[in-house]
Design a protein around this ligand. Structure first.
Ligand code: OSB
Ligand code: MG
Length: 369
């Protein structure tokens, strides 16, 4: 099908509660939404780059620039049958995986709609619903953190991840563990430590955590392998894994034992599936990370997480954990067994609430052939 027109929306949505990580605190969540018109169909994709370059060097502004000035010009007016073909066509742009992945998601949505198949089917997903957890931001005190975690448990979440940073780590995690001795619990440092300062995290090793996520720098596979040798708790990499090659090398050098897969971070769903396919036969657990997505990206995450190798709960929470108003008509809710249903309609399986989209759009541009 020929790609006729693409509209980029810069969306800014108020979060229901501020989200704080080691790289910053946000009250809003910005992203780009891509609307691709082809063969009388519309496909949507979400580019998960944030307003600020805290998690990644990519931002909404860099992704806008890379898409509008480099990627869209080589895609518009062209035939695109297979979303998997996008990666090689945009290879001439170094880096910028989130920009590429946002467009690829829209192509998957279009492809599914054209073939009348859900994204889950297209990717090889096997589960009708997937196990999920909640990612809890840094709180003002350990007591407050225990209270917030307790509220999520009351809502039915059976796996909790807490954000940590130097000075807000061991005491907080111990407090949560003491309050909830059997909870499936994990921590995420978002690269806030060095091999030296990570010595402070040793007490975490006796708290029966599922994993310790991304303690050290993004570009530091080597020191992660040294740290993993000093911990019995599995290290899980997020920011460090930008490609299938990184995943293979990280596993070969023992830099991690678990991988967090985010399609945006690795340049698209095709590469996300390839990392899954690398890990599954060798028994390395993977799970689906989150970027506070709208209903569009959430639908994509659910489809991805339905693949058989996603054996740990994903950071995919119910819509109401993030937003009062979403841009999709569908809202995702938590089932009693801490799962969320994977959409079954063609493509992403969601429909756009164009009025809601209008209310949260702060800039837009349409590009044609
Ligand atoms: O490191 O996993 C992360 C959100 C934004 C950027 C990075 C991360 C996160 C989360 C939230 O942990 C996961 C979610 O609920 O979407
Ligand atoms: Mg993370």
């Amino acid at each position: 099908m020929k790609i006729e027109r693409v509209t980029i929306y810069h969306v800014s949505m108020p979060l229901r509660s501020p989200f704080e990580t080691s790289f910053g605190r946000s009250q809003r969540r910005d992203c780009l939404l891509l609307e691709v018109n082809a063969a009388g169909l519309i496909g949507y994709g979400e580019c998960v780059a944030d307003r600020d370059p805290g998690y990644s060097y990519e931002t909404v502004a860099t992704a806008w620039h890379i898409l509008k000035d480099f990627i869209l010009p080589v895609i518009l007016g062209k035939e695109m049958q297979e979303p998997r073909d996008l990666a090689s066509r945009v290879d001439f742009v170094r880096g910028h995986p989130m920009a590429k992945a946002g467009l690829e998601m829209a192509l998957w949505d279009l492809h599914g709609k054209a073939e009348d198949r859900s994204l889950r089917e297209l990717l090889g997903g096997v589960h009708p619903r997937v196990e999920v957890g909640v990612s809890v931001g840094i709180q003002e005190s350990p007591e407050k953190l225990v209270q917030v975690v307790g509220e999520y448990l009351d809502q039915g979440y059976r796996r909790v991840k807490i954000k940590i940073k130097p000075g807000h780590d061991v005491v907080e995690t111990q407090a949560v563990r003491r309050a909830f001795p059997t909870l499936r619990l994990q921590v995420d440092a978002n690269a806030a430590y060095t091999l030296e300062s990570a010595v402070a995290l040793h007490p975490l090793d006796s708290l029966n955590l599922l994993l310790i996520e991304q303690p050290l720098d993004e570009d530091d596979l080597w020191d992660h392998s040294r740290m993993q040798a000093q911990f019995t708790t599995p290290i899980c990499l997020d920011e460090s894994i930008l490609s299938v090659r990184h995943a293979r090398q990280a596993l070969e050098m023992g830099a991690c034992r678990i991988i967090n897969i985010k399609a945006g971070r690795v340049g698209g769903l095709s590469q996300a599936v390839a990392i899954h396919d690398l890990c599954q036969p060798v028994g390395v657990p993977v799970w689906c990370g989150g970027m506070l997505e709208t209903g569009v990206g959430r639908a994509s995450n659910l489809a991805l997480a339905s693949l058989p190798g996603f054996t740990l709960p994903g950071d995919i929470s119910a819509t109401e954990r993030y937003y009062t108003e979403d841009i999709t008509r569908e809202r995702f809710s938590l089932n009693e067994d801490s799962t969320i249903d994977v959409p079954t309609a063609p493509g992403l399986g969601v429909t756009m609430d164009t009025e809601a989209l209008g209310r949260v759009t702060i800039a837009r541009v349409t590009v044609e052939e």
